[in-house]
Design a protein. Sequence first.
Length: 360
Amino acid sequence: MKEFQITILPGDGIGPEVAGAAARVAEAAVDGLDVRLRFETALIGGAAIDACGEPLPAETVAACQAADAVFLGAVGGPKWDDPSSKVRPEQGLLGIRKALGLFANLRPVRPFPETAAGSPLKPELLEGVDIVFVRELTGGIYFGEKTRDADRATDLCVYTVAEIERVVRVACELARSRKGRLTSVDKANVLETSRLWRSVSSRVVAEEFPDVQLEHLLVDAMAMHLLSRPASFDVVVTENMFGDILTDEASMLAGSLGLLPSASLGAGGRGLFEPIHGSAPDIAGQDRANPYGAILSAALMLRTSLGLEEAAQRIESAVAAALADGVLTADLCAGGRPARGTREVTDAVVERLGVAARRV
Ligand code: IPM
Ligand code: MG
């Protein structure tokens, strides 16, 4: 029997609810596969600040380093939003991405037929949309030096050639396994880091991936093209902050931010998996959170870090089946369909896993 150690970082707001749903589905999905998942939870974000005064305790980093995969719920909330405070929950998330060297953040966007109604875009524009964003995750303005005094603040944006090369390579490999098209997004008409990004990405593709078809787009134009021709994109690679912004925009193609999963990967096999939505403190603890993004992130975890393709496919099929049967949370409900709670959605997915799954 193969055993895998998974560190769960529930975090704040709806994080614990959706992480619990994902763990439950993952465990049920490996039923009968001669695989055992061992879960351990650790503190991050506001919950860690409350418990020990810092958003990323050393024990949490150690637990993640010792694991085969890490699953994160969400971090942040109004309780820790005091602008004068030097500790913030988000530092926990940024810190664990950096500590584990997770430089490539994969965010697939593929609308399900049943959730397209939730999108503000016309249905004909959504037909055939299947994009994977590859967001650089450990560099850029997020991690550059910051200064603040009474009347001035700065955030430095830094990229090295090596940082750009490695994330572009991940995107190229992915493009190769899909339709072979790569869109690189930058702001090369204004930013020096973007001019470097453009020249390095052009070189990597020309020298190492001549079979990949590369287009460069400026980020402002990309924001528009994402709405006017979303089906024309295959793999999109971009720097940290542009990727943060564009993937929230792209979630509207899928119908709800609550549906999108993500995988953050580094050089080794261990990844961190999380839904792209935030902690939604306004609905926390009410059994109203959409767990689909977290459940689909669990599928990415089983596939990418644990090599359990069959279990990953079970989850993705079960999610598609639950959505097809109209099992929708409030954020997905259009046309007056009844909204289901987090637990009910999770039960519905477990029931549709196609295995005689034991209740966990
Ligand atoms: C995301 C989030 C985070 C980010 C926040 C919570 C720090 O928005 O994962 O997209 O900006 O990276
Ligand atoms: Mg974001």
